[in-house]
Design a protein around this ligand. Structure first.
Ligand SMILES: [Zn+2]
Length: 338
């Protein structure tokens, strides 16, 4: 059905398709769940939870004729790759992680009373580099010292590695805001959440669009890893067209690991323990992504023996249901106890 000129599909049909049963309404909220898997949305809202992890849809859930409707864009660009990442091919080739420490040199990034974004982002990348190498990955860094590197040079550098993932580390700024955000490239036609509204340029093709499915799967894996390890609020997965995630030809995300403008976030970010935790989240993100995307249906039985990744995270303790080989992966946090 067309709503506001856009294709929408009934949320009931979506829940049905993914085996989540009937949509339960509670006021404006709609909840669909089966076992560890759940979807939650609200009429007229872009906030949407998949397995309790917060996403920001490109278009709000609509209510018409007593039913709730999801835009087809969000179905194909968010729900499908997140709920069935095993349909994405090629993750088995990933051997390199490109780490991008935001800012550097005269570009100090956001300040806090304790230090600058450029130093914190580099420190997290150096810590993540050690952990990734221990886990057997090759690591390439767009900068490994306090130097200014133009955005386009970062992109050119990253694009030399065909079998790689790109993870850019930043910290936020802006009033008393608090919490964690993960950005990935807005698909063609989807407005950036950093803009005031839709723009004509939203329709321009970008090099990164070849990885729309990989990008949202990597964002999910990354955001889940960060949120699970931290007590910071979950501000959700968001869409943007930052140069580094727009022009890379490998899957990529940009994380904002807290607000330097918020004193309690800033104090946390100033501690090596928190930065080590973020670095560990980066490694977990890569493992989550590869597990999710690389899973083939035939491997489900073997995978039920338990996680191969060393972790205490409940999200990886969740094992797929024997009756549902179509959805073998859990890359988002699940209910406690699962
Ligand atoms: Zn930044």
């Amino acid at each position: 059905m067309k709503i506001g000129g856009r294709d929408y599909v009934p949320l009931d049909d979506v829940a049905d398709f993914y085996g989540l049963g009937k949509v339960q309404r509670e006021g404006n909220d709609a909840i669909m769940e089966l076992g560890a898997r759940s979807l939650k949305g609200s009429a007229n809202s872009v906030e949407f939870y998949i397995n309790r992890l917060k996403f920001n849809l490109s278009y709000p859930i609509a209510e018409q004729g007593g039913r709730l409707w999801l835009s087809r864009m969000d179905l194909t660009k968010v729900l499908e790759p997140v709920l069935r990442p095993s349909k994405i091919k090629g993750a088995e080739r990933i051997d390199t992680i490109v780490l991008d420490a935001g800012h550097g040199g005269y570009d100090k990034g956001a300040p806090s009373s304790y230090g600058f974004e450029k130093d914190y982002s580099l420190d997290v990348c150096q810590r993540a580099r050690m952990l990734l190498m221990q886990a057997g990955y090759k690591v390439a860094m767009t900068r490994s010292s306090d130097v200014f590197v133009p955005l386009y040079d970062r992109v050119r550098f990253a694009n030399q590695y065909p079998n790689a993932l790109f993870i850019s580390i930043h910290f936020n700024s802006g009033g008393a805001g608090t919490g964690l955000e993960t950005y990935t490239l807005a698909p063609r036609g989807v407005p950036s959440m950093m803009a005031d509204g839709p723009r004509i340029s939203d329709l321009d093709p970008c090099p990164g669009h070849v990885n729309d499915a990989e990008n949202i799967a990597l964002a999910t894996a990354t955001h889940a890893a960060m949120v699970m390890r931290s007590r910071m609020p979950d501000r959700g997965i968001k869409r943007a067209r930052f140069v580094v995630i727009r022009d890379i030809t490998i899957p990529g995300v940009l994380i904002e690991g807290g607000f330097l403008s918020n004193d309690s976030d800033a104090r946390l970010i100033a501690t090596p323990a928190y930065r080590q935790q973020l670095a560990a989240s980066v490694v977990q993100a890569v493992q989550n992504y590869r597990r999710a995307v690389g899973t083939q249906i035939g491997e489900v039985a073997a995978r039920q023996e338990g996680p191969r990744v060393e972790t205490n995270s409940p999200m990886l303790r969740a094992t797929p249901s024997k009756t549902d080989p179509q959805t073998p992966t859990v890359i988002t946090p699940t209910a406690p106890g699962n």
